[in-house]
Ligand binder design. Structure first.
Ligand code: FES
Length: 582
């Protein structure tokens, strides 16, 4: 029988710098060499005997959402050292929404692979992952979930809001609003340039409930951040304190062996889905949750998510579903306030990175106070969950709509399809005076799914044709197999599955077809017979996109559909073990 002392010795022998030795066929020599090299940087033996805490540095001149990275790393290091650990920061790739072509989503899986493999390759007992911009937090959670070690998420934090002619503005809901006004001729070139200076008032992530804020809230709901880790803005002292606390916590997680698989359970994902619905979160949140859950062997049950929406109203009054910005959410107590309100609906036994359950953390939180950003359960800003899941012959594998940001008058609508074959076709014709379109039509955009574009770009927010915009049309029903930014709004059906590029029914929609959207019945249907659909498929056989080499080949060969999180098939858990919610 192995004694506790033997166990402890074994643990020490495979921890810190001794972990994952480089293969030279002689372990003693591998450690000797490793220590020699690190000592070249001036480390002492006493420092090298401490628990090693990796810190993922995703700072990049191309990523202003991570512009506070140096301060965060310094604070995390301080926390690690105060708790007796040895901090080691290292880079992985960084992805910013506006600096990634063809789209950031194309690179999310690459970042997750980078994260997973560097966690496996380098010696560390726990890791602090610093991310913020939309795809970075999901990529890090996906990678860490697969690596299976103690891991804790640190969010970079939201940007501050700016002011344009005394109107408060923030990225990126207001970016879209002002751009829409410019297209409609309501503001001129000078004002467009003026507001461009004010939309992003500091470093940090978008200031509304876009994908970055959504994923920050989801990370906290999953139990992957310290309490209160989601909401402090990037440039505040609160954010720096959270960073220090995160570093210290990582050391304790290393000592306790608190691994990510103890945190990312089916219950944790259910809590995250509740929060996604209650914050009016980005539709991208569901794709990312499906990808992270897939790494843990769990399928997201879209129909169950839809049912959860019946009892989970939108409580957080933030743009684009409401009026406020992330800094107001923070002032209102952030996730602490929200989780307290959602308590009756949550799985309170879910473990968190603190070593305590979510229920224990809620009970230990400071008392509530009067505020007007997080509503009471019985006084929601929207009576149902923000996202509805649609099915029908146009989307046999499902589609979604952010009903809380849609136009009530268009949610039960039948109209004539105006079809665009791909983004190039859209760009060429959407503003043509000859485009045959009315406000009652339904715009259909094909080939922007996972394989189609590729990378499922956020082109699902199809612009209002300019001649309608000038006539004052603010919304029109839009359908695509793509995504849209969490900061966008409108009656927009997204993630149509299977996508058109692999022969989903969307591929066979023609100009003039009738389409029915009924959010009430959860339906998106192409009003043609099954026989006609089969006939069209036979007449137009689909050739799936391929590539000869490189990451594009890997992507096109391995990417899954939206319901599987657009992850690579070989990165999902080898064995699926269940569904969430259970
Ligand atoms: Fe980075 Fe919006 S562009 S969070």
């Amino acid at each position: 029988m192995t004694s506790n002392v033997d166990k402890k010795n074994k643990q020490v022998a495979s921890s810190g710098l001794r972990k994952g030795l480089t293969s030279y066929g002689d372990k003693g020599f591998s450690l000797f060499l490793r220590k020699a090299f690190i000592k070249g940087a001036g480390y002492t033996n006493s420092a090298l005997d401490r628990p090693v805490i990796g810190i993922i540095n995703t700072g990049s001149a191309y990523n202003p959402c991570h512009g506070n990275m140096p301060q965060l790393i310094e604070a995390v290091k301080r926390g690690v050292m105060l708790a007796g650990g040895l901090p080691m920061d290292f880079p992985t790739i960084s992805i910013h929404e506006s600096f990634a072509a063809p789209t950031s989503m194309y690179l999310r899986n690459l970042m997750s692979m980078d994260t997973e493999e560097m966690l496996r390759a380098q010696p560390m007992d726990a890791v602090v992952m610093i991310g913020g911009c939309d795809k970075t937090v999901p990529a890090q959670l996906m990678g860490a979930a697969s690596a299976g070690m103690p891991a804790i998420q640190l969010i970079t934090g939201s940007m501050l809001t700016g002011s344009h002619r005394s109107v408060r503005v923030g990225a990126c809901t207001d970016c879209r609003r002002y751009w829409g006004q410019f297209r409609a001729g309501e503001i001129d070139e000078i004002e467009k340039d003026e507001v461009n200076d004010q939309l992003v008032a500091s470093v940090g992530t978008c200031s509304v409930m876009g994908t970055a804020s959504t994923m920050a809230c989801i990370a906290e709901a999953l139990g992957m951040t310290v309490p209160g880790g989601a909401s402090p803005p990037a440039v505040t002292a609160d954010r720096i304190r959270i960073a220090e606390e995160t570093g210290a916590r990582a050391v304790q997680m290393a000592k306790d062996g608190l691994t990510i698989n103890q945190v990312l359970t089916a219950d944790a994902f259910e809590n995250a889905m509740r929060v996604l619905l209650a914050i009016g979160g980005s539709t991208n949140g569901i794709v990312h949750l499906a990808a992270i859950a897939g790494r843990m062997g769990l399928e997201i049950d879209l129909q169950a998510l839809d049912k959860m929406g019946n009892e989970t109203p939108v409580l957080v009054d933030l743009k684009p579903s409401g009026d406020h910005y992330m800094e107001n959410f923070h002032d209102a107590g952030g996730m602490t306030t929200l989780l307290r309100e959602l308590k009756p609906l949550l799985k309170l036994d879910a473990m968190t990175v603190t070593g305590r359950t979510l229920g224990q953390e809620i009970d230990a939180a400071p008392p509530s106070f009067k505020q007007d950003v997080v509503r009471k359960l019985d006084q929601p800003i929207y009576p149902w969950g923000s996202i509805a899941v649609l099915f029908g012959n146009l989307a046999p594998g499902g589609a979604i709509i952010k009903q809380s940001a849609a136009n009530e008058n268009l949610m039960e609508h039948e109209g004539r399809a105006v079809v665009f074959e791909n983004v190039q076709d859209l760009a060429t014709r959407i503003d043509s005076e000859d485009l045959d379109v009315t406000a009652n039509d339904i715009l259909v955009l094909k080939n922007i799914g996972p394989k189609g574009a590729p990378g499922m770009p956020e082109a699902g927010y199809i612009p209002i044709p300019i001649k309608l915009a000038r006539a004052g049309v603010k919304d029109i029903v839009r359908v695509s197999d793509g995504r849209m930014s969490g900061t966008a709004f409108g009656t927009i059906v997204l993630h149509v599955t299977p996508e058109s590029a692999i022969g989903g029914p969307l591929a066979h929609v023609r100009n003039g077809d009738r389409i029915r959207l009924s959010v009430k019945s959860r339906e998106i249907s192409l009003l043609i017979s099954d026989e006609e659909l089969v006939k069209r498929a036979q007449e137009n056989p689909i050739i799936e996109p391929t590539a000869e080499r490189g990451y594009l080949k890997l992507f096109l060969d391995a990417v899954t559909q939206a319901d599987k999180g657009v992850d690579f098939d070989f990165l999902r858990a080898a064995k699926m073990v269940g569904k969430t919610p259970k």
